[in-house]
Design a protein around this ligand. Structure first.
Ligand SMILES: [Zn+2]
Length: 172
């Protein structure tokens, strides 16, 4: 892409560079959901129309976007910005699990929905979070497997994803 822009679209390259520069200076992580935002607390977390009793844990911002596009969910989110992957040196600290624990303990959350991907790392991450939260007095659910094994939320059609959320099951 860099070669293409330099050779054929220098104006586009300039705009892209400006956008990235702007993002680097202004974009931060929401204090509540950890997603990218320009505010301290993002628009979604500030909304009065969301159900504060539901907290859905996803791996990446794109997964949150997919969930929103599926129109199946009206609760809150926590974005891990990754998944557990010991071989790559990504442990609980790298994906902010201490912040998730703190978030789940806000006395409003009643159910934590684990919506990590159905990959080996995603499943391991869901399992770890389930264990971490098991004594917090919360209902812990996992989205159902309408999704293909090895599947990533980002690549699933919204109907399938909506079904998986509706058919989520209790894991603890
Ligand atoms: Zn937020």
């Amino acid at each position: 892409m860099a070669y293409h822009l330099l050779q054929r679209d220098q104006e586009g390259a300039r705009r892209l560079a400006d956008s990235l520069d702007y993002a680097l200076q202004h974009v931060r992580h929401c204090e509540k959901c950890n997603n990218f935002t320009e505010e301290v607390v993002c628009e979604l977390c500030s909304s009065q129309r969301r159900d504060p009793a539901l907290l859905c844990v996803v791996e990446m911002p794109a997964d949150l976007l997919m969930m929103e596009q599926a129109h199946c969910y009206k609760g809150m989110y926590f974005v891990l910005m990754g998944r557990l992957s010991p071989l790559d040196g990504i442990g609980p600290r790298e994906i902010n699990l201490d912040r998730l624990l703190k978030r789940a303990r806000d006395n409003m959350v009643k159910e934590v929905i684990l919506a990590t991907n159905f990959t080996v790392e995603g499943e391991a991450t869901a399992h770890y979070i389930g264990e971490m939260l098991q004594n917090e007095g919360l209902k812990i659910t996992r989205i159902a497997r309408g999704l293909p094994v090895g599947g990533e939320l980002e690549h699933v059609d919204s109907g399938t994803l909506a079904q998986a959320v509706l058919e989520r099951r209790e894991v603890k």
